[in-house]
Design a protein around this ligand. Structure first.
Ligand SMILES: *[C@@H]1O[C@H](CO)[C@@H](O)[C@H](O)[C@H]1NC(C)=O
Ligand SMILES: *[C@@H]1O[C@H](CO)[C@@H](O)[C@H](O)[C@H]1NC(C)=O
Ligand SMILES: *[C@@H]1O[C@H](CO)[C@@H](O)[C@H](O)[C@H]1NC(C)=O
Ligand SMILES: *[C@@H]1O[C@H](CO)[C@@H](O)[C@H](O)[C@H]1NC(C)=O
Ligand SMILES: *[C@@H]1O[C@H](CO)[C@@H](O)[C@H](O)[C@H]1NC(C)=O
Ligand SMILES: *[C@@H]1O[C@H](CO)[C@@H](O)[C@H](O)[C@H]1NC(C)=O
Length: 397
């Protein structure tokens, strides 16, 4: 008789042995690396994704151009740490091979190998049988040389004179196709120049702050990546929009903002103008919130305080070239403010009533006096006397 525990152990062992055979699935590529042409100094990345059960192991191999069968395995940190390999094993295996600061010698065939064959690392086995393979060819070309003009600082304060940016393609692996200009990552329309001309220029006739930015001349090639050079055009920030004043009631929230153009993008600060000097924003109450983006800043003040918050606020945009500031007047009205128009009307009514009453009081005796009283003394009499007479006269009627 077998001990029940031993029986259970045997069953578990048997199941574990059988499992790979029951649901095993050979390794297969979901995503295989793609061939690319690159320029010296640039970076490339190759992706490889495999399925299989158990999850396949992934390796990267390399062979030089025209030596297709002399593959060597690549390791993370190889080639003076220019090679990186990042692999994650989940239900699928995913691996990314990256090589930075490319040289001409990095050209060649890169191979992603995957296997979940239990015999895959057995040296007596032929790897061609136990591993599946996917290849990509990387061609590295000498980066073309461009002689570009230096960075420019726009002279906005003095006399405005045109500025011209230029590029000259002085060396290239092949004849280029055409060229164009970009500003801040967008192509500038109507700047395409074709083949023959390796010299290209871009003129800014009337430079303004918003003409500053990152300019780029781009040369295109038939079967190779674009070549480009960047020219920075800098200007001091120019504030294009802000609130002149903000009027709020105490307890409400206030929002003031400033917008700018000018490259490099400014850093923003807010201050309070105190006569001829400045005060930093006092945030001890925690009611001040400043949010700034590259060319926009906003200050929010919550739960306005009528004694401390009103005043002149200044936004200050500052970059390497200079700085600009604009002010906003914040007025805070008391809670009662909305009642003022009503109180005004009320006051008017009261005054009117008083005037009418007084007028009436002065007028009536005169009308009646004609009857029997002499005019002279009545006019000089005190009002009290008038009243008495008035009442008497009425009674006699
Ligand atoms: C680039 O061009 C300028 C004139 O546009 C010239 O003075 C300079 O020598 C050139 N530099 C190179 C490296 O060719
Ligand atoms: C552009 O570069 C070429 C080759 O270096 C040179 O011969 C040519 O004079 C340059 N053109 C200009 C306008 O600087
Ligand atoms: C400019 O050149 C760099 C480096 O070669 C490249 O990575 C980038 O894609 C190029 N940009 C354009 C717009 O051609
Ligand atoms: C003011 O204080 C609040 C609360 O502590 C904080 O969240 C906010 O960032 C501060 N604002 C400024 C401008 O420092
Ligand atoms: C501010 O910069 C963003 C991108 O950085 C741009 O889309 C936007 O038009 C700019 N706004 C102004 C007023 O220059
Ligand atoms: C803006 O801020 C900068 C740096 O904090 C300062 O040097 C400059 O005086 C300020 N500019 C104005 C106009 O207040």
């Amino acid at each position: 008789m077998m001990h029940p525990n031993a029986l259970m152990l045997a069953v578990v062992l048997l199941r574990n042995l059988m499992l790979p055979f029951c649901s095993a699935q050979n390794a297969g590529f979901v995503k295989s690396p793609l061939s690319e042409t690159k320029l010296t100094g640039d970076t490339f990345e190759l992706y490889c994704e495999v399925v299989g059960n158990p999850t396949p192991e992934i390796q990267w191999w390399y062979s030089e151009v025209n030596r297709a069968e002399s593959f060597k395995q690549l390791w993370d940190g190889a080639r003076k740490r220019r090679v990186s390999i990042n692999t994650a094993y989940g239900t699928n295996g995913v691996s990314v091979l990256g090589i930075t600061r490319l040289t001409l010698e990095d050209s060649g065939t890169y191979e992603c190998r995957a296997s979940n064959d239990p015999r895959r690392n057995d040296l007596r086995q032929n790897p061609a049988i136990t591993w599946i393979r996917a290849q990509a060819t990387i061609s590295v070309l000498q980066k073309p040389k461009i002689n570009a003009s230096d960075q420019i600082i726009l002279p906005l304060d003095a006399t405005i004179k045109p500025v011209t940016l230029h590029c000259n393609l002085t060396a290239a692996h092949t004849q280029h196709k055409d060229s164009f200009w970009m500003k801040n990552g967008n192509e500038i329309p109507n700047t395409r120049a074709d083949q023959g001309t390796s010299f290209t220029s871009f003129k800014i006739s009337k430079p303004r702050a918003d003409d500053s930015g990152e300019y780029m001349c781009v040369y295109t090639f038939e079967k190779a990546p674009n070549a480009n050079a960047t020219i920075e055009v800098k200007a001091k920030p120019h504030i294009t929009g802000h609130k002149r004043s903000e009027n709020k009631n105490e307890g409400e929230n206030a929002m003031m903002y400033c917008k700018s153009v000018g490259y490099p993008h400014p850093t923003w600060t807010w201050r309070k103008v105190d006569g001829n000097s400045y005060k930093d924003i006092d945030n001890s109450t925690g009611r001040f919130f400043i949010t700034s983006r590259t060319n926009y800043t906003e200050i929010n003040i919550l739960d306005l305080d009528i004694t401390t918050d009103p005043g002149i606020y200044e936004c200050n945009a500052s970059n390497a070239i200079g700085n600009t500031a604009e002010t906003t007047i914040l007025r805070v009205r008391s809670h009662l403010a909305p009642l003022w128009p009503f109180l005004g009307v009320l006051a008017e009514i009261i005054i009117l009533v008083v005037i009418i009453v007084v007028y009436e009081k002065r007028k009536r005796p005169d009308d009646i006096i004609d009857d029997d009283e002499p005019v002279g003394p009545a006019k000089t009499n005190s009002t009290n006397n008038h009243k008495d007479k008035n009442i008497r006269q009425r009674n006699t009627k």
